[in-house]
Design a protein around this ligand. Structure first.
Ligand SMILES: Cc1ncc(COP(=O)(O)O)c(C=O)c1O
Length: 379
């Protein structure tokens, strides 16, 4: 018998209380009873986004919210700058190109970040740009991008809106929409919100709404004006996944009770312990600017990462993620997102160590555990 443990950067584990809420008999979505729940959820989302703006809920995975940001904020042939440090930066590039925008693709070496000074220089070279897109955590490389610093720069340009994909990081690491001058912030349900996949969330600043009024890109399902109108009655323009909203109310309650600050602190502790433990074992890290949402670990030469992950899952019931694209087979990624605790860190790093041993690569697992333990239980 195996107890399945999910340490992938989405989907993530779901607390029992949330699962039980979602197991309740479904109700109709145009009822007072449901709209009362929706009202509570819309209010709670403002706390998660750290904003006074409305937060809209879309029935889509995170990519739907990314597409929504592009189709609502821009017009034909407009120029956008995309900070592209991995698979999900690349996704912004692809969406922009699909809508025939003029995309300035700023390729950042995978595992590296970009300074705010570098961004300022890029903007100065592209003064006709109308937007900058970035991922707060580039999940494919486990790398953190300095959204706070970028916001300081971008807010000096009245014609440029700042779009942040925090799909794998909102609710896990600090992100203050209003204070950091983010014009469009978006995320998904299956990561730090401790829910199944299926919902995405998007919020716009006043500056962004001015752009929506002018935007002429084609849109229907993701037309945020429709969502804005419905939200006046705490409603949705289309049938919303009712059970996910009911589950979301519970996960928001859990997060509020615990407080974001405490949750961020715990993610940071787990991420630090994972990184230090992995290094002490004798492995190395992928990112030079690691996110506290997920850790990328470089595998020793000659190890097939995909086989290793399959082995760990089948033999020990532990799911971790592999590399994507050019990192396929070369790394593993351990998530710190959502419903996890200190012992999950010890489990995840031990699984990597033991798995590698079975593949014939000897590591100092004990030293890794000792180091992680020191950080996790220091006070
Ligand atoms: C940073 C980031 N952006 C976008 C996505 C795509 O989200 P989805 O698969 O929910 O469409 C992901 C998914 O892992 C992500 O981590």
């Amino acid at each position: 018998m195996k107890k399945h443990k999910l340490f992938t950067p989405g989907p993530t584990s779901i607390p029992e209380e949330v699962l039980l809420e979602m197991a309740k008999p479904i109700m109709h979505h145009r009822t007072e009873e449901f709209l009362k729940i929706a009202k509570e959820v819309f209010e709670g989302l403002k706390y998660l986004f750290q904003t006074k703006n409305d937060v809209f809920i879309l029935a889509s995975s995170g990519t739907g919210a990314m597409e929504s940001s592009i189709v609502n904020l821009f017009s034909k042939s407009e120029k956008i700058i995309v900070i592209n440090g991995g698979k999900f930066g690349e996704r912004f590039v692809e969406i922009g190109k699909a809508y025939e925008l003029n995309v300035v693709d700023i390729k950042v070496e995978w595992g590296k970040s970009l300074s705010k000074e570098e961004l300022e220089k890029i903007i100065e070279e592209n003064r006709d740009a109308k937007g900058v897109c970035v991922n707060l955590c580039e999940t494919s490389t486990a790398t953190h991008f300095d959204v706070k610093g970028y916001g300081e720069i971008i807010s000096k340009y009245p014609d440029i809106v700042f779009i942040v994909d925090a799909i794998s990081s909102l609710g896990a690491i600090p992100c203050y929409m209003d204070e950091w001058k983010i014009d469009c912030l978006l995320t998904g349900s299956q990561k730090a919100f401790m829910l199944p996949p299926g919902l995405s969330f998007i919020s716009l600043s006043e500056k962004a709404w001015e752009r929506v009024e002018k935007s002429n890109l084609p849109k229907y399902y993701f037309d945020l004006k429709k969502y804005k109108k419905s939200l006046e009655k705490f409603d949705f323009p289309f049938t919303i996944p009712v059970s996910l909203i009911v589950g979301l109310r519970k996960s928001i309650q859990i997060i509020k009770e615990y407080t974001l600050e405490k949750i961020w602190e715990e993610h940071k502790k787990r991420a630090t312990a994972t990184r230090e433990g992995i290094l002490a074992m004798g492995l190395s890290l992928l990112s030079s600017c690691p996110s506290d949402a997920v850790t990328g670990v470089i595998l020793p030469e000659g190890i097939n990462g995909d086989e290793l992950i399959k082995f760990i899952r089948k033999t020990y019931g532990i799911s971790i993620a592999g590399g994507q694209d050019k990192l396929k087979g070369k790394i593993v990624r351990i998530s710190h997102l959502g419903w996890q605790d200190e012992f999950d860190v010890l489990t995840a790093i031990t699984a990597v160590g033991v798995g590698l041993e079975k593949f014939g690569y000897k590591l100092n697992i004990e030293k890794g555990i000792e180091k992680a333990k020191e950080i996790l239980f220091s006070h």
